[in-house]
Design a protein around this ligand. Sequence first.
Ligand SMILES: C[S@@+](CC[C@H](N)C(=O)[O-])C[C@H]1O[C@@H](n2cnc3c(N)ncnc32)[C@H](O)[C@@H]1O
Length: 263
Amino acid sequence: MNHLSIIKAYIKFLFKAQSRYKIHSPFVYKYLAKVITNKKNDDKLKVINKLRSELRNDNEILQIEDLGAGTRDQHAMKIQRRVSEIAKRTSVPKPFAKMLFRTVHHFKPRNILEFGTSLGISSVLFSFANENAEVHTMEGSPEILKRAKSSFAKLGRDNIHTKCGNFDNILEAKLKELKQLDFVFFDGNHAKEPTIKYFEECLKYHHEESIFVFDDIHWSEGMTEAWEYIKQHPASKVTIDFFFMGVVFFKKDLSKQDFIYRL
Ligand SMILES: C[S@@+](CC[C@H](N)C(=O)[O-])C[C@H]1O[C@@H](n2cnc3c(N)ncnc32)[C@H](O)[C@@H]1O
């Protein structure tokens, strides 16, 4: 999708977006009105914002490989990239960082799996949002991962576990190791087929309380189609489209419903 198509899709999204006061599902109303707006525990977000701004000002040059779509970058084939450039193009925007932080802080998932570590901003966010969680993050670019690991060490994040490799080669073993997925953040290789494939693989390890979050669900036509597939899947109960991200809940007592909501 080019920029114009994304703008058109966003305008369409704004027209469809629901007011939380018109949402009848008590679970979704509580999530939108009380969980993702709850600033009470946001002090740790300051650490994440500091890390983000340090990385955005870091001129170190890394040699990187491009492993898939979804780096929000038209020039991703370059092999030399500044840390500052990577941080500006790939890290989660602030309102979504808040939404992710507050979601993890509220639901306290223990086993967190992340597709796409990049410089580690979202891994650090999950690690602080639930200090009792084990955050497993996968990244295909060794140089980028090395940089992320130095931030994890600097911030004393012992609950982040990294795995370097192409998701296609390392996912199966990682899932067998984890046995159960409480929270998954799909933030790498943003194309239709891989997204659906990773979703299906992770579904084998989900349970009623699991939460799956997909980044960039309207980034391309393929991603919009992947999101449609995920929404319609019989296992998905409540889905919430925040335009830049989509959240899936699997609780059996919820009726199958899709919501569109602007953060
Ligand atoms: C959007 S960035 C992740 C950003 C990170 N979650 C954050 O918010 O700070 C996506 C990352 O996924 C990695 N990636 C993309 N496709 C991959 C694949 N097939 N296997 C392994 N890593 C991949 C890229 O190298 C990139 O660093």
